[in-house]
Design a protein around this ligand. Sequence first.
Ligand code: SF4
Ligand code: SF4
Length: 148
Amino acid sequence: MQTIDIKNLKANDIIRKCVHCGFCLATCPTYQLLGNELDSPRGRIYLIKSALENNNTSANSLQHLDRCLTCRSCETTCPSGVEYGHLLDIGRAAIEHKRPLWQKASRFAIRKFLTTPTLFNTVGFLFQHSRIQTPIIKPKTSTKKYYY
Ligand code: SF4
Ligand code: SF4
């Protein structure tokens, strides 16, 4: 008996809502910065659709999904109410197996480092007592005068 994947059904519902109008492009910071359709919500929806329907994915697709900030700013300008954030979660999980081993290892190491207090504190202590100099960022001074 064929099993029904609830996540794919949900993804299908969300994808079908998209009318490809492109209104979301105006509020997507990655599209504004990079100017590549595949780094826009509409482009990423296309990549996720392609991955779920044809299993047509590559490490390149993963990179475009990685670049998404998950800010969901695109949802605020979508006239069709596409739940992009939810779709992205499903898409990322579906494409994760394409991630190269070295990326998996480095991600695991960073996660471990940030969530293990003894490791984090030890490195912090060593850094604090080392001769490594970091540039001092001075606060910007305002020339404006305020009157109360
Ligand atoms: S604004 Fe909404 S419907 Fe239009 S392309 Fe973007 S996600 Fe699709
Ligand atoms: S969540 Fe943010 S970065 Fe990602 S597609 Fe939407 S607007 Fe762009």
